[in-house]
Design a protein around this ligand. Structure first.
Ligand code: PFF
Length: 436
């Protein structure tokens, strides 16, 4: 245990955790889900989910990791009480990370492709530009090539270790991401559509909210905070010494939410200025935005900044996804880090090929969509529910107070983790599997 690598300092941990949290979920998924669900009313529900479920479970995961100093499987086994094998939750988390990274890397590959195209600039008719995406999707070798590039990059960063690899990459990429985002926000503020976008993002219209919006808000908040699959347990396990877990959880969740909101501030004014509908769906950044980039003054440069931003966000998240699997193999099988990276990286790369070849499907559903559905709709909420139950019910309150403190905020969050989060997650899960 003494040979375990640790974060250099608290800032390193916060940046790495924010790096994991801020990703495609914030910049790609959040804006289109908000667009689809009618804007700010959805944002309010999303915020409630972050406060009632996201922060308490984030706190639980960091606690479980820090206290045990182990990977998700070992960490949950560490808290085992009675006969129920808690380690199963950890195994499911590792599997979930493997599934998510397999398709996350393919989507990150698309971003690389669009970044390359941005160097040349997008030009042509609307149909031609939106066809870039269909062409990319229909060209397996190109998808596989980008997927390989992403996996190899992530593996090379991980080879350097926790402090020299993950922490260093986060310390470079996250401030750069913040800077790019600010430049883009300033740009979007100058657009005519800013007023409509602001109205859309801040004036709640509850008529567009449906039962499904609640599920989508909870699912999205879980995905964007990297919860339910042990990523934050793993990052927590690289913490040592005196760290305020409550404060860290609040900071990570706040920055993640702020970045998702700012991504909306960047994207929606562009959409509104061009009289388009904000509910374009998943194609928003791959089809709609490039068309708009081709039309607007300075669009070439904006496209470059935008796709670099998304790439930085995606890479730091992919790093955390692979680290979960790597820490599991190194801890549980006492194998060297490099061997674990090669083994898990190759396995995930192979699995990713199913998503990269878009014509491969199961009963008409492409593997990418299928994997996303299995992981984010079923495995993450279920993993979160089990983690909350272990944290809330199997660990003594005094031990938690000792490690996390007993301020009023902490006590409220502990209450939420014990009662509110499991209940809400149970509702979501039962709803998802159609039981009510
Ligand atoms: N939080 C990432 C995003 O918003 O894109 C996705 C993610 C990363 C999910 C790491 C889970 C995880 F463990």
């Amino acid at each position: 245990m003494s040979s375990r690598d640790h974060w250099g300092n608290k800032l390193g941990f916060i940046l790495a955790a924010v790096g994991s949290a801020v990703g495609l979920g914030n910049i790609w998924k959040f804006p289109y889900v908000v667009g689809k669900n009618g804007g700010s009313a959805f944002i309010l529900i999303y915020l409630a989910c972050i406060i009632l479920v996201g922060i308490p479970i984030l706190m639980a995961e960091i606690y479980i990791g820090k206290k045990s100093q182990l990977n998700p499987v070992g960490a949950l086994r560490f808290f085992q009480k009675g006969k129920i094998p808690f380690s199963l939750i950890g195994y499911a988390g590792v599997l979930c990370g493997i599934i998510i990274l397999s398709y996350y890397s393919v989507i990150t590959g698309w971003i690389c492709h669009y970044l390359m195209l941005s160097f040349r600039g997008f030009s042509g008719t609307e149909t031609e530009i939106s066809e870039i995406f269909s062409h990319l999707n229909a060209t397996p070798w190109l998808n596989i090539a980008w997927h390989t590039f992403v996996m190899v990059t992530v593996m090379l960063i991980l080879v350097k270790g926790v402090r020299q690899g993950i922490e260093k990459a986060s310390k470079i990429l996250m401030p750069l991401l913040g800077l790019l985002l600010l430049v883009l926000v300033c740009y979007s503020m100058t657009l005519e559509g800013m007023k409509d976008a602001w109205h859309f993002l801040t004036y709640p219209d509850f008529s567009k909210v449906t039962g499904g919006s609640f599920l989508e808000a909870l699912g999205t908040s879980f995905f964007t905070l990297s919860l339910g699959m042990g990523a934050m347990i793993t990052y927590g396990s690289y913490l040592k010494g005196d760290v305020n877990i409550t404060k860290s959880a609040v900071q990570i969740a706040s920055i993640d939410t702020l970045i998702a909101f700012l991504a909306g501030i960047v994207i929606f004014p562009i959409v509104f200025t061009n009289n388009l509908e904000p509910s374009a769906g998943p194609g928003l950044i791959f089809k709609t935005l490039p068309v708009l980039f081709s039309k607007m003054p300075g669009g070439h440069f904006v496209a470059l900044l935008f796709f670099s931003l998304v790439l930085f966000a995606a890479i730091t998240s992919a790093i955390s996804l692979l680290e979960v699997a790597v820490s599991f193999v190194t801890d549980e099988y006492k194998c060297s880090r490099i061997k674990a990276i090669i083994f898990m990286g190759t396995l995930i790369w192979l699995l990713g090929i199913f998503s990269a070849v878009s014509s491969w499907n199961v009963a008409g559903t492409p593997f990418l969509d299928l994997f996303d559905k299995i992981a984010s709709c079923y495995m993450l909420p279920l993993g979160g529910l089990c983690t909350a139950l272990v944290f809330g019910w199997a660990i003594k309150t005094e031990s938690k107070y000792k490690e996390i403190g007993s301020s009023a905020v902490t006590k409220t969050l502990l209450f939420a983790a014990k009662y509110v989060s499991p209940l809400l997650l149970l509702v979501v899960f039962l709803k998802e599997i159609g039981l009510f």
